[in-house]
Design a protein around this ligand. Structure first.
Ligand code: ATP
Length: 328
């Protein structure tokens, strides 16, 4: 992509620390990108009663993608999640979570591809006095596009299709469409019930390569998997649509540790690497990921993964390694 325009949302809490840290790394790459700061979130809601407006959406539309920190949920029953509004507005149907052990304590290295728009989170709910029906929506089109995306990542890898087709008819459709698309693409696949997949993920996570699953199952399995590789401070994610995407660390705004230099910037920096890869800056994405590994292996880390360094010390070290590696 020529001259990408990136909307940057620091958001709240540690978003205000980890996003600037990641931007330092982006700046070190000397790429031809334009950053457009967008101030939305809790702070805005406190001042104006709105966390996001139509004008903010206009700015997002004028950009190629969004680099997002975290937003604290305001205590307002009418509040609609900003992230969900963005996901819906841009039809970001694929949620991608690479689960890779940057601490090199293991060979865990797989990606969870989660359908992001339907399933149990369809938003179709019927509330009665003594019962609530939440509707699980699985469509052929939804399955086809998430399966196709997963297959694009599964080249020369094994695709694990995770479902609950022994109980849910909606999962028959999901499983069958995924199998068809995998076969059409010549991808080696297996299928697994979600309960069995959770068990195997804990016992033998190194066996997995690419997992494709529905919205709720993916939500649960991806947070569980984050625990396998050092926790929220190192987990990156992407929300991908047909021609738009949002990249964000998996963690939230963590108000308990905000403004203290304790936040691990690696999740945000690895999300930056995903963004670089998405828009075609492959060499730079590789350089950033390699620098993260090197800095972690030297023990330059924040306390959440066992170190004593601050957010900025970790980011500075990653910037130095990126600069050295790109200069050679
Ligand atoms: P929110 O309401 O915005 O989701 P939260 O505190 O409920 O915020 P997270 O921000 O996801 O949820 O984090 C949960 C806990 O994990 C935090 O309280 C914090 O202690 C820890 N944590 C999260 N992100 C990081 C990070 N980048 N570095 C270090 N610790 C982190």
């Amino acid at each position: 992509m020529h001259h990408p325009k990136i909307a940057v949302v620091e958001g709240d809490g540690i978003g205000k620390e980890v996003i600037p840290a990641a931007l330092q790394v982006l700046d070190a790459l000397s790429l031809d990108v334009e950053k457009v700061p967008v101030e939305i979130g809790y702070g805005r809601w406190e001042r104006t009663g709105r966390a996001i407006t139509e004008e903010d959406f206009d700015i997002f539309r004028s950009c190629d993608c969004i680099f997002f920190g975290a937003i604290t949920t305001p205590p307002d029953p009418e509040y609609r999640s900003v992230l969900i509004q963005i996901r819906r507005g841009f039809d970001l149907y694929a949620n991608i979570r690479p689960i890779k052990d940057v601490t090199n304590g293991s060979n865990i290295d797989f990606t969870i591809v989660r359908e992001n728009t339907e399933g149990m989170y369809s938003g179709i709910e019927h509330v009665f006095p003594d019962a609530v029906y939440s509707t699980r929506v699985i469509t052929r089109r939804g399955c086809e596009r998430i399966a196709a995306y997963a297959c694009s990542l599964a080249h020369k890898k094994r695709l694990t299709i995770v479902h609950k087709a022994n109980i849910l008819k909606s999962c028959w459709l999901f499983r069958d469409v995924c199998i068809d698309i995998a076969d059409q693409n010549g991808i080696q696949w297996e299928d697994m019930l979600v309960d069995a997949a959770a068990h195997r993920l804990v016992l033998d996570p190194e066996r997995f390569e690419v997992i494709v699953t529905t919205n709720l199952f993916g939500d649960i399995l991806s947070d569980m998997s984050a625990a396998l590789i050092g926790g929220l401070g190192v987990c990156a994610s992407a929300n991908i649509g047909t021609d738009y995407a949002l990249f964000e660390p998996v963690h939230g705004s963590a108000p308990d540790i905000a403004s203290r230099g304790l936040a691990n910037p690696i999740a945000a920096i690895m999300s930056l690497a995903m963004m670089l890869r998405w828009y075609g800056a492959i060499r730079e994405a590789d350089a950033v990921e390699a620098a993260v590994s090197e800095v972690v292996s030297r023990g330059i880390t924040t306390p959440d993964i066992g170190g004593r360094c601050s957010t900025t010390e970790v980011a500075d070290a990653i910037v130095r390694v990126v600069e050295e590696n790109l200069a050679t």
